[in-house]
Design a protein around this ligand. Structure first.
Ligand SMILES: Cc1cc2nc3c(=O)[nH]c(=O)nc-3n(C[C@H](O)[C@H](O)[C@H](O)COP(=O)(O)OP(=O)(O)OC[C@H]3O[C@@H](n4cnc5c(N)ncnc54)[C@H](O)[C@@H]3O)c2cc1C
Length: 572
């Protein structure tokens, strides 16, 4: 371990849509800067690849920025920062067209224009799509574009374990090279976190195995705030057991949700929107149907039907071919002939690293974008298809802001870095690799955490459940200190990576539980049985969680920025 380490102007952690978009924006803003990119998986395996439905942008005639902004703010249950939403809706069409110019194969109208489909909570058709594999095509587009720039240097399959912070400034990361097991310091004048979501803290989730909240946890440990962590999105239509997502586009294209009496039950809950209501309300409606005995019973619990049979084979094969494949492969049905069993499933994290509209956190040199960040766009409930656009708009914003900022910052010396790197390598070796006498099994702790999160921080919450969750997570954290991992080798040590991820998950799960317990109201995705109403007087505020030396975070509150739309009752 010498003092030779890779050094960049900007280091991006994450090779998903937000990270790649940030990298391109940074080198376009200043072609002279060097950008490093660290990703724990090869970029094309980032979770973005599995996005199905589409990316929202007000592009079509008749649509307007104002409408997209209002839909987003109402969808957020008025917890979105309205200046952020206004900037977002203006930039989203620019970004979608930029993607077009980089070769994204958007689905098209007969006249060649980019097509759009309806999506939940949007009052008009504004979700641009590439069949039902939108994320794959968008990620491919930015990945291939990034290859044009020799200034972008990738470190694939390197796992970030810690942010390097020197004199209150973020100056790089420590990364474990998964292939060799070597710890490296990678320094930079600015770091952009683009590490995606944390769905794996739940057992039943649409998120890939790699979505473990790493970036949020390392930022939190470095002193950054995590904002609105109680706001966890549940998607109405996951396949029972696997949690595989059946995209909202299925309802966008006209699919029906039916209960065990064959009724389109949403007429009782969102009569004006029906299947195109927002995700939080539809998820609650489905759980209520289960509780009232209107669900089907299956080997993996209760479910309802999502029915597309009336759309016909031609539409299904043209617009939803991947859904037909998922039905065949994972349920053994043909969706042309059979209804699809579905139930609400954890899907997206509205909360994340507290950043301003440029992506800057409170720590000098530390930026965040995409699902790991909370820029203030999604509030208490994200509208489907706003996230891919968010990754583009705010990934690009963070890349540009960091490019401008690094021109003013001095490079970091190697002196303190060497010792920070040595300390981090020693910590991990002592905690995991050279530990004697550990007894707890990692898988057991992970499953208990996930079960607790499903049970107590799900679609509906209450004080008793959340209090229990806070306590149980603290106990799991203590037990985690005594885990034993079987593999102590260096190369491709997936046991070690899983342990590091579980450490992060316990960290972020704790912020979800504490933030949710403290918010004594129901707003968007945060539905408290004991406080069923929204309370604007007390809680029209963002929660910001900071790490303490004790088991519980310190919670701070910040006003929501309201520019145009005063909070109203949220009915659909
Ligand atoms: C199944 C599914 C379908 C979806 N469909 C849609 C949709 O249709 N429309 C929409 O708007 N949104 C959709 N979403 C949400 C949206 O896809 C995500 O929010 C978005 O793609 C996140 O992108 P990202 O760039 O922030 O992170 P990701 O794409 O998750 O990338 C994270 C990156 O961080 C890296 N990383 C993480 N931790 C570390 C670490 N410790 N060290 C090094 N690297 C690390 C990973 O390697 C990866 O490259 C969907 C989500 C899911 C799960």
């Amino acid at each position: 371990m010498g003092s030779e380490f890779a050094s960049y102007d900007i280091l991006i952690v994450g090779g998903g849509l937000a990270g790649l978009r940030a990298a391109i924006a940074a080198v376009e803003a200043n072609p002279k800067i060097k950008v490093g990119m660290v990703s724990k998986v090869y970029p094309m395996r980032s979770h973005t690849v599995s996005a199905e439905g589409g990316a929202a942008a007000a592009l079509r005639p008749g649509d307007s920025y104002e409408n997209h902004a209002f839909d987003t703010i109402k969808g957020s249950d008025y917890l979105a920062d309205q200046d952020v939403v206004e900037a977002f809706v203006r930039e989203a069409p620019v970004e979608v067209i930029q993607m077009e110019h980089w070769g994204c194969p958007w689905s098209r109208e007969p006249d060649g224009k980019i097509s759009a489909r309806p999506f939940g909570g949007m009052t008009t058709w504004r979700t641009c799509f590439a069949a039902d594999k939108t994320g794959f095509h968008m990620l491919h587009t930015v990945f291939q574009t990034s290859l044009k720039y020799p200034q972008i240097v990738r470190h694939d399959e390197a796992f970030v374990t810690k942010l390097l912070v020197e004199d209150s400034r973020c100056v790089g990361v420590v990364a474990l090279d998964i292939r060799t097991g070597r710890f490296d310091a990678i320094t930079a004048k600015a770091v952009i976190l683009a590490t995606g979501g944390l769905g794996r803290v739940y057992a039943f989730t649409t998120n890939g195995n790699i979505c473990t909240g790493d970036g949020m946890a390392v930022a939190y440990r470095a002193g950054a705030g995590l904002k609105d962590m109680e706001m966890v999105q549940f998607h109405p239509t996951g396949l029972p057991f696997t949690g595989i997502l059946i995209t909202e586009a299925v309802r966008g294209e006209g699919g029906y949700l039916l209960n065990n009496k064959g009724e389109r039950f949403l007429k009782k809950y969102v009569p004006n929107k029906m299947e195109l209501g927002p995700r939080d309300i539809i998820s609650r409606a489905m759980i209520t149907e289960f509780e009232e005995g209107h669900g089907f019973e299956g080997p993996h619990g209760k479910y309802l039907h999502l029915d597309v049979r009336h759309l016909g084979e031609d539409v299904i094969d043209r617009k939803l071919p991947f859904m037909r494949e998922l039905g065949r492969e994972f349920v053994g049905i043909d969706i042309v002939k059979d209804p699809i069993p579905v139930r609400p499933v954890q899907h997206y994290m509205m909360g994340g690293v507290d950043v301003d509209i440029t992506g800057a956190s409170q720590i000098e040199g530390l930026y965040a974008a995409g699902e790991c960040a909370n820029v203030g766009l999604n509030g208490a409930n994200r509208l489907g298809s706003n996230s891919l656009s968010e990754c583009l708009v705010f990934g690009a914003a963070a890349g540009r802001a960091a490019a401008h900022r690094v021109a003013e910052l001095q490079p970091v010396g190697s002196n303190p870095i060497d010792s920070l790197l040595r300390d981090e390598a020693k910590r991990i070796e002592a905690t995991y690799l050279n530990k004697k006498g550990g007894k707890e099994r990692m898988g057991v702790i992970r499953e208990e955490m996930q079960r607790e999160m499903d049970a107590n921080a799900g679609v509906f919450r209450n004080r008793d459940g959340l209090t229990k969750l806070v306590k149980d997570l603290a106990v799991l954290r203590e037990r985690f200190e005594t885990i034993k991992i079987d593999d102590t080798s260096r190369t491709f040590n997936t046991d070690l990576i899983s342990a590091l991820e579980l450490d992060y998950m316990l960290e972020v799960a704790g912020t979800i539980a504490a933030s949710a317990l403290a918010r004594e109201e129901s707003r968007g995705a945060h539905a408290r049985r004991d406080f069923p109403n929204r309370n604007d007087e007390k809680f029209l505020q963002h929660t910001v969680a900071f790490r303490t030396d004790g088991p519980a975070p310190r919670l701070d509150y910040r006003d929501v920025r309201i520019t145009t739309f005063q909070p109203q009752a949220r009915t659909y």
